[in-house]
Ligand binder design. Sequence first.
Ligand SMILES: Nc1ncnc2c1ncn2[C@@H]1O[C@H](COP(=O)(O)OP(=O)(O)OP(=O)(O)O)[C@@H](O)[C@H]1O
Length: 785
Amino acid sequence: MSIIDKEREQEQARVDRLTSMIKQRIGYLRERTGGIHGEIVDIRRDFWEDVTVNFEDSAETAETYASMKQQAELLSERERSHRHMKEQLATLERLQASPYFGRIDLVEEGAPAGSEPDQIYLGVGSLLDESGEQYLIYDWRAPVSSLYYDYGPGPVVYKTPEGEVRGEMTLKRQFMIRGGVIKSMFDTGVTIGDELLQEVLGKGSDAAMKSIVATIQQEQNRIIRNDRAKLLIVQGAAGSGKTSAALQRVAYLLYRFRGTLSADQIVLFSPNPMFNSYISTVLPELGEKNMNQTTYLQYLEHRVGRDFEVEDPFVQMEYTLTATGEAGYETRMLGIQAKSSAAYMDLIDAYASRLGHRGLLFKSIMFRGRPLITASAIAEQFYQLDRGVTIPNRLRMLRTWLLKELTRLSKLERKKKWVMDAIELLDNEAYTIAYQELRRKNKFTEQSHDDYESEREFLAAGVVQERFKKLRSRVKRGLFLDMPGIYKALYEPGHVEGNPVGGPAGFTAGEWEAVQADTLGRLEQGLMPYEDATPYCYLKEKLEGFHTHTTVKYVFVDEAQDYSEFQYRYLRRIFPNSRMTLLGDFNQSIFAHSGTGEIFHTLNELFEPEETERITLLRSYRSTKQIVEFAARIIDGGERIEPFNRNGEEPTINRAERPGALPTLIADKLRELSASGFESVAVICKTAEESKILYAKLADQTQGIRLIEKETVTFEKGKVVIPAYLAKGVEFDAVVIADASARVYSRESERKLFYTACTRAMHELHLFHEGELTPFLDTRSGDFS
Ligand SMILES: Nc1ncnc2c1ncn2[C@@H]1O[C@H](COP(=O)(O)OP(=O)(O)OP(=O)(O)O)[C@@H](O)[C@H]1O
């Protein structure tokens, strides 16, 4: 038997020992948790039987309390151990099939000469021996585990909460253990072996993202374990593992700050609802709860409320892609850019400070079809308040005044005829309650006339109070402020803040007037253009006071290149106590509001420079070498992207010879790909409109094909037709670019969209076109034939 075989035998024996121990513990814990669960049920059921309740005198009462307290403590102690055991059980169940994936041997500095190295095994949870003192498996997030990701054999150093530890790594070994059997095992240097990565990446894609803990690369580890930066900006090529690193980072932070950080103090902004479903299994797989996940649109909708319907960014996107040449297109584009800039935030600031002196609009408080307190009376009252006080505080003072006014007016109202009529219609029960209430208060005098009057007054007060309830609640919620009107006023003809020339800097008066008219037209219909939603929320909060999420400690923004400068500044304000991790790729910036995506590189003033760190990922793992090299030629600087060394078929370019032949050619290709065993295949179109048309043509030729639309919320395996911008962030075994003609992709703004589409493919990429091929493939290309 060779040394290697012998080592493998020894390692397998260790795996066997551990798996049987894990199995035993699982059996024991299952029994114990069942038992404790039973006890908890019993304690809850018999709670009142087991406490002696007696309140006769103070001694008895004290005893009763003591006995209740004892019973409650017993219950909560049992519940705690139940929870703890359940957690242990979950960890053991995760470890059972694959207890670990790595081993390092370490001799710490200062260890007696000739001492044996410590063997450190790494897995997705930790495991202690029977004595509870020795780690048989270390959690991949433990301080010592960082060595596995950062070093090869040789001198090493790692950080612990107590300080740095130095030593010598004498071995670094990787395992692939499945079902308790070592499938492969090899010793490596710094890079966590190509073999394992080859194996992981060579597989078919899944409906859900996988955790990458066994193969985290050194540069990714810098993102995952970064404890220092308040703002961490990651620029990473397509497929370089940005999303993966973000999720492992969440798991790491939850481990590192266990006890002080919980999953609900972490928020992740994802690009679309489908993406939420795609990544939702990663953290539970690692034994952690999912963080809060939302899309920026969902957040805005929640903030804007019911006054407007917020335009979906994908609708805006579809417009920017399909409406070229339509009247007003250029105006809208100009508007989008202006409203996304930091300068526009300054303009809103200027508007808000002017509103401190004049121009705030209010809604009259209406009652029975007439204004009870008119808008102008409210405005007058507001502007009488001390101007040195902030607007939100003045609004608070105004609210108090309005509530007092309502009380005063409600008294006047009681004498009105409608109240008398309402009293007549009251049922007997109301009269009886009034009678009893007045008796209780000794208001009855036994003089029937006065009694009648008292009863009337009491009932009138009740009737009016009931009808005023709604008014009071609206006032309490601040609904007397006419926010839609105030925002619309910004776009009234002639109204410009900040720039006397007639528009935000860089605009001619005519241009800005056109933007104003266009925006006002949409707002009048109750539609809030996407580019206006953040300025609107910002203005609203400036006036009403900021609704900040002070408990959130970490914010993650995936596809960070898709956000505007204005949006970043806004996010920073609403999460004031939060550190931020932004992950993006400026080569995939496809929204008009995010310009060329450079914004997220220049976010300097969000945090202090010394609190900001930038990491660049150049290695691309998703796609084969052939696909990465093909796609890299589409973009500027693509030559810097390094493909991971996994080989596959060359991408193909297929021309339809006859007009209208594309759908049939694509359907043939889909059949071919299915026959080759690819389970997830995407036909990527430029827009939703094109996707719909193509889907209709493919549906009867291709079994089980689905159309993905912006509302789709679950990501499933299979064949799909999808617009490029919805395919962001996700991946497929094979990708078919539905129409790579010059007619479809030729404007410079479409280059990045085209790049994004091509980089979704893991194993195969096929492009189809009719007529002339997109110029993006020849500008930087060599020979694509
Ligand atoms: N260290 C790694 N080990 C194994 N797989 C990895 C590793 N890093 C990335 N991957 C795989 O590469 C693919 C791309 O990763 P991910 O989606 O996180 O990249 P991304 O940078 O967010 O991509 P994009 O910007 O193109 O959406 C995924 O299948 C992921 O599992």
